[in-house]
Design a protein around this ligand. Structure first.
Ligand code: GUN
Ligand code: ZN
Length: 441
């Protein structure tokens, strides 16, 4: 910020909404929701200083940006997304295993080139900001250079990013295959240089059990164990039980394991910092185990619908006390916008007689996701001291959204309609650590 603003102060004015705790699943969540119409979000040196009511404006030492008539939310968090798959988002006509062969692997092969990786990382992170997402847990490709590029670009932007080199040493094209020794050396180097640096963290990233040998999975588990004390520990991200053909394949590859999840468990890959995408075809024993170790599921409804994978049962996960965080899973998913994830999530749950409230949906993509990633001290809400990752949203764009907003009688009705109808075109501005990184006219 400028020399005449030495304290790096900024006051944003608008309709501020964030969650003080998990709102549960009811429509009435008044004590968990903090809504401050025309309120003041005070930011100092990149951190939230306070949220104040309209009647309590800051003094003249706080430069102001007036977003009255807009909705101010903590930046959304995407706990499972593939950076290189922006290149194949919305590719026609395949279920998971075909889709990987036909579209995904060829696209990822291009990221062997450091310049492609650099440009791809910049494009991807700017796309996240355009879609109202300020933090993410991201799959790179098997190439070291692709995670290197993501770390470097996120560092320049000041973003919270968790990523890692994909591990794949079998059942994939030769140009995407690593081996245990080289993969381990690459991971160690990336961990040493990036894990715990600024807002960056390393995720050990076996793509899924089909593409890693037992030796590679054991190496991955060894990394988690070896670095368990380093900056809170490494993360782990992978896929599990997404598609029924995939589940059968894994059973054949690992005949000694009780289940797909058990493959990961036996190799020491389940921790409080493990984020497993999908989990549609888990059983009760799997869910109980996930709850016991504190691993979370990235619920990816857009991807699950697009690839025809199945319907994730959130109520079942909730009753087993497994943490769930909605994710875009681009490019299996068809949008980076977490509002679209929630809209698809609402419909997936409705097919099973479940109802996603606006409270639970918006909590889950902010504070809930932060909690699942052990980042609640840093992001996902506006408590003083958290980093000021803030997105300014238009309440309505176009005739239909305006009319629906005009007709809404309660705050929940208003927010629910907004969650279902708004998308990235509603983003007016995105701030990371109080710095304006994206805005639309
Ligand atoms: N399983 C293994 N790789 C992938 C991937 O890239 N996307 C999805 N949706 N599932 C996977
Ligand atoms: Zn995925």
């Amino acid at each position: 910020m400028t020399a005449n603003n030495p304290a790096q102060r900024l006051a944003l004015c608008g309709d501020i909404l964030h969650f003080l705790r998990d709102p549960g699943w009811g429509e009435d969540a008044t004590d968990a929701v903090h809504f401050e119409p025309d309120g003041w979000l005070l930011i100092e040196a990149g951190r939230v200083h306070a949220v104040r009511a309209a009647s309590d404006p800051p003094d003249a030492s706080w430069p102001r940006q007036d977003w009255r008539g807009h909705l101010l939310l903590p930046g959304f968090i995407d706990p499972h997304v593939h950076a290189p798959q922006l290149d194949v988002i919305a590719s026609y006509g395949a279920a998971l295993l075909d889709w990987l062969e036909r579209y995904t692997f060829p696209a990822e092969a291009r990221y062997a080139d450091p310049e492609q990786s650099r440009q791809g990382a910049e494009r991807f992170l700017h796309a996240l900001l355009e879609h109202g997402t300020t933090a993410a847990m991201v799959f790179a490709t098997v190439h070291k250079t692709s995670s290197e590029a993501l770390f470097a670009a996120a560092q320049r932007l000041g973003m919270r990013l968790i990523t890692g080199k994909v591990l794949m040493d079998r059942n994939c094209p030769a140009n995407l295959r690593d081996d245990v020794a080289q993969a381990e050396a690459d991971c160690e180097d990336l961990i040493a240089r990036w894990h715990g640096v600024d807002r960056l963290a390393y995720a050990v990233t076996p793509r899924f059990a089909a593409t890693s040998s037992p030796e590679q999975l054991a190496m991955a588990g060894g990394l988690l164990q070896r670095h368990a004390q380093r900056a809170g520990g490494l993360y782990m991200q992978t896929h599990v039980a997404e598609n029924r053909d995939e589940v059968r394949w894994i059973a054949g590859l690992f005949p000694d394991s009780r289940s797909y999840l058990d493959v990961y468990d036996r190799h020491g890959l389940l921790t409080r910092r493990s984020m497993l995408a999908h989990g549609i075809w888990l059983d009760d024993t799997d869910r109980a185990r996930m709850a016991q170790v504190g691993s979370s599921i990235a619920f990816s409804p857009s991807s699950n619908l697009f690839l025809g994978s199945g319907l994730f049962d959130w109520a079942q996960a909730e009753s087993a006390r497994v943490g769930v965080a909605p994710a875009s899973d681009v490019g299996g998913g068809t949008s980076l916008c977490q509002l679209r994830t929630l809209t698809d999530g609402y419909k997936v749950l409705a097919l099973q007689g479940q109802r996603l409230t606006a409270w639970q949906g918006l909590y889950a993509v902010t504070r809930g996701a932060a909690r699942a990633l052990e980042l609640e001290h840093e992001i996902g809400h506006f408590a003083p001291g958290t980093l000021a990752d803030v997105v300014v949203w238009r309440w309505a764009m176009g005739t239909v959204q305006h009319r629906r907003q005009d007709m809404a009688r309660s705050l929940h009705e208003r927010l629910f309609a907004w969650m279902l109808l708004a998308d990235e075109r509603n983003v007016a501005a995105t701030y990371v650590q109080g710095r304006l990184l994206y805005s639309t006219p």
